[in-house]
Design a protein around this ligand. Structure first.
Ligand code: ATP
Ligand code: MG
Length: 372
């Protein structure tokens, strides 16, 4: 799929933008603080109805304005689809094909993007929470059901934690109510784990392929999904539910004692293993970067595999973070396949790698001007 056209109104430092893009590579050139990341963010927001940089939507509204509006024309195999998102003090309104969507979950999934920023290069070494966020963003775009289960799980988890605190401080003592909450949490949790296990398996296959293409030595990348449910029970909702319920039973006393939920997919993690060792602990910096790049490129392939279309790729300042070999690999992998928006302070050392002529825009003080 690709983004044909974008308009912005009062979005961050853009008063107004009205631009058409190439289905191949779009380069945004500009000095610091001119609005390059803001533009990629706007595209991301159009796809996911939320920013990757902030949880506070109001920050997206241009200083001194009442609302921010992002509209786009997305070209998909099934046709061209207009999307619109308006953010105001009252909240957000989302339209698909000019029809307002009562639920945000109905808006998501029409336009898929993958963002790659320098901090993604730390995904291997970073916190488990960062890896969970990455997994949820990715899988959520591919499966509305996953998003739904995740939202339900989070709500139940909050309730259960609040109740565990009450039990801990003897403000409540009804253990049957705890069982009810636990049971619901286990049901949603099990579905999350089963989806994660399946999609991580698929993604690992793509990542291993990319990884072996980028590395010269005989290095083999595998994923290790770390979750409460043992591998043999991860592929079936019912079995995962039984296993998770069993764990909750085992941890019950400790959970009441600590006033919080100690097991479940909110504690999940994934490790990346190269030649049987965890890259986070034993990999060199180069190996960690190669792994991160392989994981990112695998995301693109997984999205294609799951939805039948390639997502749009947003590369924020990553080329300068990669050496020549990794840059070339990245650009080759996306060439003629994936519509890409990339930001860079200058074209030096970027254009020569590309087979296609990129479409170039200049970003200067909140204005976007086509240069080619
Ligand atoms: P760099 O190369 O340093 O990453 P950039 O071109 O990516 O720079 P952006 O992050 O896109 O820069 O833009 C930053 C600018 O946007 C800052 O000058 C900031 O003050 C401005 N900005 C951020 N939010 C708003 C807002 N809500 N209204 C107006 N301006 C904003
Ligand atoms: Mg930036």
């Amino acid at each position: 799929m690709n983004l044909k056209h974008l308009t912005l109104k009062h979005y961050r430092n853009y008063a107004a933008v009205d631009a058409s893009f190439s289905p191949s590579i779009n380069v945004l050139i500009g000095e610091n603080a001119q609005g390059k990341t803001n533009l990629l963010e706007a595209i991301y927001v159009l796809a996911l109805a939320r920013s990757h940089r902030t949880n506070n939507d109001k920050e997206l509204i241009q200083f001194g304005s009442e609302f921010a509006k992002v509209t786009g024309l997305v070209e998909r195999r099934t046709g061209t689809l207009p999307l619109e998102l308006v953010i105001s003090q009252q909240g957000k309104k989302a339209r698909v094909n000019h029809l307002e969507q009562a639920k945000l979950s109905q808006y998501l999934g029409h336009f898929n993007v993958i963002l790659f920023a320098p901090e993604d290069l730390t995904i291997v070494k970073g916190s488990p929470a960062g890896r969970r966020r990455f997994i949820d963003m990715e899988f959520g775009q591919m499966s509305p059901k996953y998003l739904y289960n995740l939202a339900q799980y989070k709500t139940m988890l909050k309730q259960r934690n609040a109740y565990l605190k009450q039990l801990r401080f003897h403000q409540a003592k009804d253990l049957v109510y705890l069982d009810v909450l636990t049971d619901q949490l286990a049901a949603f949790g099990a579905e999350i784990i089963v989806t994660r296990a399946a999609l991580l398996d698929d993604m690992a296959k793509f990542a291993a392929q990319v990884h072996s293409d980028i590395t010269t030595a005989h290095e083999q990348l595998t994923f290790k999904y770390q979750t409460q449910v043992e591998p043999d029970a991860r592929h079936d909702d019912e079995q995962a539910y039984e296993a998770l319920s069993e764990s909750f039973k085992k941890y019950r006393a400790r959970e009441i004692d600590q006033g919080t939920t100690l097991v479940g997919p909110h504690r999940d993690d994934v490790s990346f293993i190269v030649n049987e060792r965890d890259v986070a602990s034993f990999g060199s910096q180069g190996q960690q970067r190669t792994t991160a790049l392989a994981v990112k490129l695998a995301e693109i392939e997984l999205m294609h595999h799951q939805t039948g279309e390639y997502p749009v790729l947003l590369l924020d300042d990553v080329l300068s973070e990669l050496d020549d070999m990794r840059q070339t690999h990245l650009l080759r992998a996306i060439q003629n396949k994936v519509q890409t928006f990339l930001t860079t302070p200058s074209l030096d050392g970027v254009a020569k790698e590309m087979i296609d002529q990129p479409t170039v825009f200049e970003v200067h003080q909140g204005e976007l001007t086509p240069l080619s």
